[in-house]
Write a protein that binds this ligand. Structure first.
Ligand code: MG
Length: 263
């Protein structure tokens, strides 16, 4: 799909809101570039279609990058756990302290196999994510979730999951990290955001990870962006109607928006 196709693409029917994952989707998995998505971003802007970021990133991270990319001021952070509405109101599904209280009850063996954001200095987060120190500090400012690297086995991870479940918390897998999250996932947060509109808009959702699938399947139109690091496609139900991009990251995102704009 060329830039010329995107510019001429006609959009008919309902008002649309795009819900987009960032890392590995609108932003390339390596390097965080959105250069290849620019033709699609321009086309969406031309049609007045807002893009709500829906990401594992924190609100502080999203607010820092939203103006450059042209994202909506309404945004969904921390995998759905934190919602910022267009009027600036913020809703958190759980407090991060409640998560730490569960971590404090784990055996030392399990806890020492976890490398949580709360265990790390900003420099460590910077090294692991490739973010500069300022961005890493924003990533560390979690409000309702806890990302972690897991150095143990599958059984240990399941034991932690069982402990968390007692407090209505769970573990989801993102692009690089596991995340301890409340039950409000991206799909649930998207529905809450959509309910704020007086006239129900059409939802388009894009993402690349297993934690995006619920959102992609719940949206009116969903696009799974190819990611060589994640085996997400094998998790799809046989009867799905998602657009599957062949290109990765921002280029695949651009292809998906071009197809959606064509109708
Ligand atoms: Mg992603």
């Amino acid at each position: 799909m060329t830039e010329a196709n995107l510019q001429s693409a006609a959009l008919t029917g309902n008002r649309v809101v795009v819900f987009s994952d960032l890392d590995g989707a609108l932003l390339d998995h390596d390097g965080y570039s959105f250069e290849a998505a620019k033709p699609a971003l321009a086309a969406l802007a031309k049609h007045g279609i807002p893009i709500v970021a829906i990401s594992s990133k924190t609100l502080h991270e999203l607010e820092a990058i939203a103006p450059e990319i042209g994202l909506s001021e309404a945004m969904i952070a921390e995998n759905g756990a934190v919602i910022k509405f267009s009027d600036g109101m913020i809703d958190r599904a759980v407090s991060r302290v409640a998560i730490w209280e569960v971590l404090d009850t784990l055996s030392e063996d399990l806890r020492s196999s976890m490398q949580c954001f709360c265990d790390m200095e900003t420099e460590e987060i910077s090294d692991l994510t490739g973010l500069d120190n300022t961005s890493a500090a924003r990533a560390a400012m979690r409000e309702a979730t806890e990302p972690f690297l897991w150095h143990g086995d599958e059984a240990g991870l399941e034991m932690i999951g069982a402990k968390l479940a007692l407090k209505d918390l769970q573990i989801v897998q993102g692009g690089r990290f596991f995340h301890i999250v409340p039950p409000r996932d991206k799909a649930a947060a998207m529905k809450i955001m959509l309910a704020q509109f007086e006239e129900q808009p059409e939802s388009w959702a894009l993402g690349d990870g297993p934690n995006d699938l619920g959102m992609l399947l719940a949206a009116k139109r969903g696009a799974l962006i190819a990611n060589p690091h994640l085996d997400t496609r094998s998790l799809l139900p046989d009867d799905h109607c998602l657009y599957l991009s062949s290109r990765e990251g921002a280029a695949g995102w651009c292809d998906a928006i071009a197809v959606f704009l064509e109708g």
